[in-house]
Design a protein around this ligand. Structure first.
Ligand SMILES: C[S@@+](CC[C@H](N)C(=O)[O-])C[C@H]1O[C@@H](n2cnc3c(N)ncnc32)[C@H](O)[C@@H]1O
Length: 229
């Protein structure tokens, strides 16, 4: 089984351990890979929808790892009891949904060694929640898979709230410090996107003028970040 670039980054961030829960498992590729490659001993493959749970169950059986991976049907982290899994993976969902999943089961969240979170959109919403709620962001990775950028966040529950300049919810400080070429491309992509919106805003309304001022400042910050590469 060949994993996509995005899934490969996710599994590379998991250290050897006993058990993992994969929330929103869909195909089940992540727990299958982790078990087959001896990274983990057992896993819970969990999903809110019956179809994906069945798909995962079939893939798990075909891979010969049914005795090590149990499939569960239910929302978010409601399918796991405290202490049943050391690490949680929540990937391929929106940042708002991932935040809501964490908030819905904070007692379970608190006992994970760490979690790997991969928002497909609204990463800034998730990052703002994590910082403001006081989580410890341990590490981040970014990749480009088939023309799309994906940010992957390794995080642990903590109680040290941080309020950052809002640009750092969108452009990760950790990823900036790594200075990888893919991060430079990501900032260039954001810069182009915001510049196009900026140029298209020509209404004489207060709303449009305010948005333009706001975008101007974001664009300046992005240009500043690019100078560091
Ligand atoms: C796009 S797939 C991502 C699959 C896999 N995690 C990945 O990253 O490739 C999203 C999956 O999340 C599931 N899902 C959506 N909301 C959920 C929730 N609240 N709890 C658990 N699973 C959820 C969907 O049924 C779907 O199978």
């Amino acid at each position: 089984m060949d994993l996509s670039i995005r899934l490969n980054v996710i599994v590379s961030m998991i250290e050897k351990c006993d058990s993992v829960i994969d929330v929103g498992t869909d195909h089940g590729y992540v727990p299958i890979y982790l078990v087959k490659n001896d990274v983990i001993k057992s896993a819970i493959a969990s999903d809110i929808n019956r179809g994906p749970v069945e798909k995962a169950r079939n893939n798990i059986a075909e891979s010969g790892v049914s005795s090590q991976i149990s499939c569960r049907l239910g929302s978010g982290l409601s399918t796991v009891k405290k202490g049943e899994a050391e690490i949680a993976i929540i990937a391929g969902m929106g940042g708002n949904l991932i935040r809501d999943i964490l908030e819905a089961d904070l007692e379970v969240v608190k006992q994970f060694k760490y979690m790997i979170l991969q928002p497909v959109q609204n990463a800034e919403v998730l990052r703002e929640y994590l910082y403001v709620a006081g989580y410890n962001i341990i590490d981040e990775e970014i990749c480009n898979d088939d023309g799309k950028f994906y940010e992957i966040i390794k995080v642990k529950y903590d109680t040290k709230p941080l309020i950052l300049d809002s640009i750092y919810y969108e452009i990760s400080k950790i990823l900036l410090d790594k200075k990888e070429a893919v991060m430079k491309c990501f900032i260039e992509y954001k810069l182009l996107k915001y510049s196009k919106v900026y140029d298209s805003l020509n209404d004489d309304t207060i709303l449009s003028k305010n948005r333009k001022v706001q975008l101007y400042h974001v664009i300046q910050k992005l240009k500043g970040f690019l100078k560091c590469f």
